[in-house]
Every structure is written in C-alpha cells, then in structure tokens.
Write a protein that binds this ligand. Structure first.
Ligand code: 5AD
Ligand code: SF4
Length: 433
C-alpha cells in the first residue's frame, strides 16, 4: 500500500515540477513513506532518519520529511528536538505536498495530517517507480474501520472509502496497453469495496469490480489483497472460478487459531467460520493457494491458545505466512484495555515455533508441485544468476528456470523439477512452433 502511495506522491510532485533522483546525496528533499503497524517498522524509519541527519551535515540544505502512517500517528511530535524533521504529511494529505514543500523551502516547518472521508486519489495516474514494467499495484480503496483491537490502521488511515470503478478499470487498461501483464488491486479489506453510485446501471461491489478488471484482457493477470475472512463471499469465488486470469491465490489473514483470542482481537469470526471459508475456496478453486498473517503472543494468549494456532496451521497448510510478534500500539483498544502480558522471550519462542512449522509445511507443499507444469509470467533475471530467469505462477509461487529463449513480460510454460521451501525450480517447456 505504501509502495502504491509513493507512486501517487511521485505523480503529485512531478506535476509540481519536482523530479526523482536515485540517491539521497543528490536530493533537495527526502520523503520517507512510513508504516506504523509495529514498533520495529517505526524503529527502522528512525534509524533511516539518523543516517540522513549525518548526510545533512555535508548537505545543509537537504530537508527530510515523513509521509504516511507514522506522520499521522506522531504528527508534529516528529518535528521537535529529538527527530527534528522539516515536515510531516499524513496519508490523505498528499495533494498538499507542493504547498508544504514550498513552505519548507521558505524556511518554515510544515505539517498536514488531516484525514479525509472521501480522498481516493482516483484521478491521479501514479508514476511507476522501481518498476519492472510487468507488474503493478492499483489502489482501489483506502482506510479501514474494522477496529481489530491490536491495530493502529483505522487511526492512521481513517475511514473506509472506495475508488470510482471506472478509474480503476482505466488504470488497468492503460497499464496493459503499456505492456504490463499483472495488476494487484489493493485495499485494507477489499471484500468491503462498494461503489454505491451507479456505474453501468448498478452499484459495484468487489466481485463486480474483479470481473470488470479481469475483462480488460485475458492476458492481464489480476491479483488482490487483502481479504478479511469475515466477508469473503461465495460470489467472489464464483467470479474467480469463471475468470482464469484472476489468480489462484487468496491472502486470508487468520491472526490466531483460538476463538478466545479472535474475540479479544475483535476479528468478528470464529475458527469454524474461517475453516468454512477455506473449504469454500477449495470447493470453487481446487488449485488455489492460501496464505495468511498471524500474530504470536497477543494479550493473555495461553499455551493452549498458541497450540490452537499451530493446529490451525496444520489444518489449512498455508503456502506462505507473514508471521509477527504482537506489538502494542498506542491508542488502540488493546493498548487501553488488554495488557501486553506475554514476555518478549515467550513471544519470540512462540513465533519461532510457528515459523518452523510453516517452513516445514511450505516445503512439503512445494514437494507436491514437482512434475507439474505451470503458466508462468516471466518477470526478470533471477537474483542469483544471470543465466536464469524467474517468474510466478497463478498461485503466486516463484519459479526459477534457465533462460533459454524466454523473455520477461511473456507467459511461458514451466515444468517444476525441484524445490526449496520458498522457491520452485523448473525447466521451460518448449514453445510449439
Ligand atoms: N502487532 C503485530 N502485528 C500486527 N499486525 C497488525 N497490527 C499488529 C500489531 N499491533 C499484523 C496483522 C496484519 C498485518 C498487516 O500486520 O497480522 O494482518
Ligand atoms: Fe488493521 Fe484489522 Fe483493518 Fe486489517 S482489518 S487494517 S488488521 S483493523
């Protein structure tokens, strides 16, 4: 989401006459787009700010500011002695950046942190940054009002709002016309996407939007993130099943395998409900990969609760998981009412147990792939070797294979020959001439 937001910022500042440069040492302004979801994300930003401070001694006119969720959370606290930043700009205020930077150039400090109930940056064509020219993100909605008890996002990104579907389809079409072959539709909870005004005679929900984007061209792959399990609908699964170019991969954050924890987390579903959704995915889309997010050591988590998470992982057998230790965030319901009472060591121990189990499951899942043939969208050179390329299959698994006559930006068939827990190794199936 921040990556997509930075591309919007790039477009806004480009229009105001600013250009991108490659190194902070060439810059007049450095804008750091930040995440506030866990304390370690914020610590990394603080470290970066300290590095830039050292650069400022050699480049005194360099100005550093912070964008995004940390700006929203800490606001002008970031401009005092300790951090001494020149400007802060929250996620809904990017259109004001040209004004902000002008004030900073005139020697002032500047802050814009107002949240909006309507801003979606719908009319802004993002400047693609660090792009491979093949895959791109499209933001379809902003904000979140699920108020999971541990989560700071509803406070930093404001209320949920959806972007005009026509502008989303147009952006996807422009990307396709420019050679892109995959788009990922982004939102904190895409399943609650809702455009109530009429668009071609009816309101548009997420399944309809997916259909509209999938129909841009069958050669354009469509992915999406993130789905909240409480509203993953059969209607969406039906639309996915009807469109082969909607990728067979669903990210379905579970957070915990214990109903007691899920209730304290205010997730609004039970383990039984979650498993029913997993069954529905497997029914409609038998070859669909499922991935998740999980939090270890939330308030009051007992060993039994933790075991329930491990059991759920054994049941669902995810292909991939983002695994975190609970990090208490100021202002959330949990920080006010639920003690952060699991020790750091115990959180680490539980997290490591989940990581070890998930590593084993991913490897076993990948071993079952050996011998299968997949349509792979070739993305570029493998990081380890120039004679090898990598790409992804519909399930979002990375395949690495010898280059032969393949080119980035094209689809090729690849047979899986070997694997690790993270990667499938394969061989090109010759193109029929
Ligand atoms: N501590 C740890 N993990 C968190 N997440 C969100 N808030 C917290 C927190 N306070 C995780 C959730 C979410 C992912 C994006 O980040 O798993 O799905
Ligand atoms: Fe945070 Fe929950 Fe919203 Fe996700 S759905 S952004 S975890 S409040």
């Amino acid at each position: 989401m921040n990556f997509a937001d930075s591309e919007v910022v790039g477009a806004i500042l480009g229009k105001a006459g600013y250009g991108l440069c490659n190194e902070p040492s060439e810059a007049d302004f450095v804008l750091i787009n930040t995440c506030a979801i866990r304390d370690n994300a914020e610590q990394r930003v603080r470290h970066r700010v300290r590095e830039l401070r050292a650069l400022q001694t050699r480049r005194p006119h360099l100005r550093v500011g912070i964008l995004g969720c940390m700006a929203e959370r800490l606001q002008s606290r970031l401009m005092t002695e300790e951090d001494n930043l020149s400007f802060v700009c929250g996620p809904d205020a990017y259109r004001r950046l040209p004004v902000l930077l002008r004030q900073v150039r005139e020697g002032m400090k500047a802050a814009e942190v107002e949240l909006s109930t309507t801003e979606t940056y719908a009319d802004i064509e993002p400047v693609r940054m660090d792009s491979n020219g093949i895959t791109a993100y499209i933001s379809i909605m902003r904000g979140c009002q699920n108020y999971c008890s541990y989560c700071v996002v509803p406070y930093t990104r404001g209320r949920e709002r959806s972007r005009d579907p026509q502008t989303i389809v147009n952006e996807a079409r422009t990307l396709f016309d420019n050679g892109y072959r995959e788009v990922t539709l982004l939102g904190q909870n895409v399943n609650s996407y809702a455009w109530k005004e009429e668009c071609e005679g009816q309101g548009v929900g997420f399944p309809e939007l997916m259909q509209m984007v999938a129909e841009v061209d069958p050669r354009l792959r469509v992915r999406f993130a993130t789905s909240h399990p409480k509203d993953l609908s059969d209607r969406l699964l039906e639309v996915m099943a009807r469109h082969e170019n909607i990728c067979r991969c669903i990210h379905l954050p579970v957070q915990s395998g214990s109903n007691r924890m899920l209730q304290l987390m205010n997730r609004k579903y039970t383990v039984e409900w979650y498993l029913d959704r997993v069954d529905a995915i497997r029914r409609y889309l038998p070859d669909c990969s499922i991935t998740t997010d999980v939090i270890a050591g939330f308030s009051g988590e007992t060993l039994e609760d933790h075991q329930a998470t491990l059991d759920l992982f054994r049941r669902v057998r995810y292909d991939y998981a983002f695994m975190f230790k609970y990090s208490e965030r100021e202002g959330t319901y949990a920080s006010r009412h639920l003690p952060d009472d699991i020790s750091e060591e115990e959180k680490t121990r539980r997290l490591n147990e989940i990581i070890a189990l998930q590593g084993q499951i991913a490897l076993e899942n990948n071993r079952l792939e050996v011998g299968r043939v997949y349509d792979v969208l070739v993305e570029g050179e493998s990081h380890r070797s120039k004679v090898r390329l990598f790409g992804r299959n519909s399930q979002n698994k990375v395949l690495v294979f010898d280059r032969e006559d393949a080119h980035p930006g094209t689809y090729r068939r690849v047979r899986v020959t070997d694997c690790t827990a993270a990667t499938l190794l394969g061989k090109l199936v010759p193109n029929e001439s």
